[in-house]
Structures are given as C-alpha cells and as structure tokens.
Write a protein that binds this ligand. Structure first.
Ligand code: HEM
Ligand code: HEM
Length: 185
C-alpha cells in the first residue's frame, strides 16, 4: 500500500534535498527531478548506483557515494516519498526543437529502426509501467546526459540493453530535440 503523503525521510531532509529539492523538484539541470517517478524505478536506480552499473561521470562522482550511504532498510521509504510527490509540470522549450522531438518521440524513425519512445515512456511521458521512467518535465541537460551515457555504454543498467540500442541510433541533435520535447510534457 502506498501512503498518500508519506513523511519526509530524515536523509531526504538532511542530504538528498540539497540537489533534488525537498519535494523532488531539483534546482539545477544536471540534477534529475525525482518527484512523481515510479517507486520501483527509483529503488532500482539506487541499487544500480550501488552495484556501479550506472557509471557515467556524475553517477560515479556523486551518486555512488550517496547511494552507498543509504541504510538498506530506508531505500524503499525514500523511493516512496519521492514517488508520491507531484511531478514537475511541463515547461516551455525551443519550438523548433520541440517539433522535431515530438515527431521522434511519437513515431520513431523508420530509416534507423528507431522505436517510438512513447511505446514505453507513454504518450504523455509518464511511463507506461512503473519501471519505465517518467520523462515529463525533466531537465533537458539531464536527459541529454543520460542518452549520451547509454550511447557511450557508461550507463549499462537498462534491461535487455533497450536504451543502449535506442540511444545508439540517436545523433546529438536528435537527443537535444527529444530533451526539449519531454521538458514540455
Ligand atoms: C541521480 C537519489 C543525493 C546528485 C539520482 C537518481 C536517484 C537519486 C534515484 C536517479 C534518477 C533517475 O534515474 O531519474 C538520491 C537520493 C539521495 C541523493 C536518495 C540522498 C540519499 C544527491 C545529492 C546530489 C545528487 C546530495 C548532489 C550533490 C545527483 C546527480 C544525479 C542523481 C548529479 C544524476 C547522475 C547521473 O548522471 O547518472 N539521485 N540522490 N544526489 N543525483 Fe541523487
Ligand atoms: C530510461 C529516453 C525509448 C525503456 C530512459 C531514460 C531516458 C530515456 C532519458 C533515462 C531516464 C532517467 O534517467 O530518469 C528515451 C527516448 C526514447 C526511449 C528519448 C526514444 C528515442 C524507449 C523504449 C523503451 C524504453 C522504446 C522500451 C522498449 C526504458 C527503460 C528505462 C529507460 C526500461 C530505464 C532503464 C533503467 O532501468 O535504468 N529512456 N527512451 N525507452 N527507457 Fe527509454
């Protein structure tokens, strides 16, 4: 059972909130919003920082240490807390990029066999299943960094290498367009 308004865990107040905000809306583009993210997804990411399958530069330099210090029995409560917060609202972005990103997100690309992102992340970017992350309202810099990390295979925690395959087909220009589009959702 998911409590409607779980109490803020002490570690969130003392530590995580410095970068992710008190309710999971972060102040900087490199730090992801966690609000409204699926609870199973958040638990899995914390595990993956701990087992080092997320090894892009900011994961390594910041989140490996943070994740390692969370007591095992508190992981779920922290994930539940952020999952139950209201997700970031859609925000304006460069209209040209948004239009190009929307096309890819909704329809994929036949020439490169790129699947439509909405098939998993949902037409409104909320994730069709709890372990498909919410992208709606997420910071553009963070989205681009993660797509680059999947492409460079420094982030290798995606089941069946789905995201490594998807991102491997994307150019930097396409990543930028997709990041602009999901920021507006
Ligand atoms: C990423 C949780 C503290 C900076 C993440 C993610 C989670 C998380 C779940 C992955 C989000 C996603 O995949 O969408 C936490 C928790 C914390 C904490 C529970 C407290 C124990 C911090 C602090 C900082 C920080 C204090 C800044 C000093 C970042 C950054 C990323 C990230 C930069 C992106 C890493 C990457 O590029 O792979 N965090 N965080 N976090 N967090 Fe934290
Ligand atoms: C993760 C974008 C297509 C399944 C992610 C993340 C991004 C992203 C930015 C990381 C989110 C975060 O760190 O918070 C996209 C884009 C797509 C696309 C732009 C289209 C070009 C797909 C498709 C599927 C999928 C088609 C399913 C077949 C997943 C899953 C994860 C993920 C399962 C989480 C992996 C993990 O456990 O860390 N995606 N995605 N995505 N995506 Fe996609």
């Amino acid at each position: 059972l998911v409590a409607a308004h779980p109490k803020m865990p002490a570690l969130v107040a003392s530590t995580c909130s410095a970068c992710h905000g008190m309710t999971g809306i972060s102040p900087l583009g490199e730090f992801p919003n966690l609000a409204g993210q699926g609870e199973p997804y958040l638990v899995k990411q914390i595990e993956d920082f701990r087992n080092h399958t997320r090894a892009d530069p900011l994961a390594k330099s910041i989140m490996w240490g943070m994740a390692a210090m969370i007591p095992r029995h508190e992981i779920r409560a922290i994930a539940l807390y952020f999952a139950s917060q209201k997700g970031a609202p859609g925000q304006p972005a460069n209209p040209k990029l948004v239009a190009a990103g929307r096309k890819l997100f909704m329809g994929g690309e036949i020439a490169t066999h790129l699947p439509a992102c909405m098939a998993c992340h949902g037409a409104t970017g909320r994730g069709l299943l709890p372990w498909f992350p919410r992208l709606a309202g997420q910071h553009q810099a963070y989205i681009i960094a993660q797509l680059q990390a999947f492409k460079a295979k420094t982030r290798t925690n995606d089941p069946h290498a789905i995201m490594r395959t998807v991102a491997g087909k994307l150019s930097t220009a396409q990543m930028t367009a997709l990041a602009a589009y999901v920021h507006t959702l």
